[in-house]
Design a protein around this ligand. Structure first.
Ligand code: FPP
Length: 275
């Protein structure tokens, strides 16, 4: 245990058994084999609110508390990249009042949290169809990106107005333009070249993808990048998903054998695992 006080102060509300369980999971996590990049589909805000007789937007507000806790936990553990699916292309089809509330929540959260992000050395990135966001969101996000650009802690990547099919089609268009301009030939298009045209070109592929709230789908999220990710599904709704749940997901990830198409025998004789 490297820093017990951190666990006790954050989990003062947990029972003795809860704290013990958390410490056990924390100790069982192998710090040398953390996923570098975790991607999350934060699902279940609406259901969480409904179960409490509240409006869906209340669930989104509570979801922000989980965002803060998970970002901090990633920073404390040393996870380098965290991508959060905050608003999908398909989410534009929700009732206008909910869309407006989500955009307002985004702006207010960035404003409120910017100092905390700076203090914790979090660097903010955005992927998705940036131009489709309301101007006020673009302005706030641009400012936050600039203010955090020099930070060297966790890279927090917000997927906003994002969908994988949109991203892949945009990449295809961009490559086609380069071919037309004579900059590259079709035969030059490799996996590496393709990746350079994706919105995630600056980040490694996620190794762990978590979806909360019991749905077992990828929902148009990082389809290209998740090719070899370990998928982890939990019934916990996003507003309830906190540090212990993330630790459990990481522990579960570390129990898996990542074979990348090879055999188990090959993996065991060719350590490290990512050979
Ligand atoms: C999915 O739950 C959640 C969303 C579409 C929005 C996620 C947004 C937040 C957690 C808050 C804002 C985030 C940031 C980064 C400021 P759902 O509404 O689909 O839930 P349901 O499936 O139960 O209806």
């Amino acid at each position: 245990m490297e820093n017990p006080s951190f666990y006790f102060c954050t989990f003062a509300h947990l029972s003795k058994t809860g704290i013990q369980k958390l410490m056990d999971v924390f100790q069982a996590i192998d710090r040398s084999r953390l996923p570098r990049h975790i991607a999350i589909i934060m699902d279940g805000n609406g259901r969480w609110a409904k179960e409490r007789g509240e409006d869906r937007v209340y669930g989104h507000h509570e979801g922000v508390l989980s965002v803060r806790d998970i970002v901090n936990t990633c920073g404390e553990l040393g996870v380098e990249y965290l991508t959060l699916y905050a608003f999908s292309t398909e989410n534009w089809n929700r009732p206008q009042a909910e869309v407006n509330a989500l955009m307002e929540l985004l702006v207010n959260t960035i404003r409120k949290e910017i100092e905390e992000l700076r203090k914790n050395k979090v660097r903010l990135h955005v992927i998705g169809d940036f131009a489709s966001l309301p101007e006020i969101c673009q302005k706030e996000l641009n400012e936050a990106r600039e203010l955090t650009a020099m930070n060297d802690g966790v890279n927090l990547i917000l997927a906003l107005s994002y969908s994988s099919r949109w991203e892949i089609v945009e990449a295809a268009k961009s490559i086609a333009r380069e071919v037309l301009a004579g900059k590259i030939s079709p035969d030059d298009v490799t996996d590496d070249v393709f990746r350079q045209h994706l919105t995630t070109k600056d980040f490694p592929d996620p190794e762990l993808m978590i979806r909360t709230s019991g749905e077992h789908r990828i929902s148009n999220y990082l389809l290209y990048q998740l090719a070899y990710a370990e998928l982890y599904f939990t019934n916990v709704h996003w507003p309830d998903f906190r540090k212990p749940h993330l630790l459990e997901a990481i522990y579960n990830f570390q129990q898996r054998e990542r074979r990348f198409g090879k055999t188990s025998e090959q993996i065991q004789t060719n350590s490290p695992q990512h050979a």
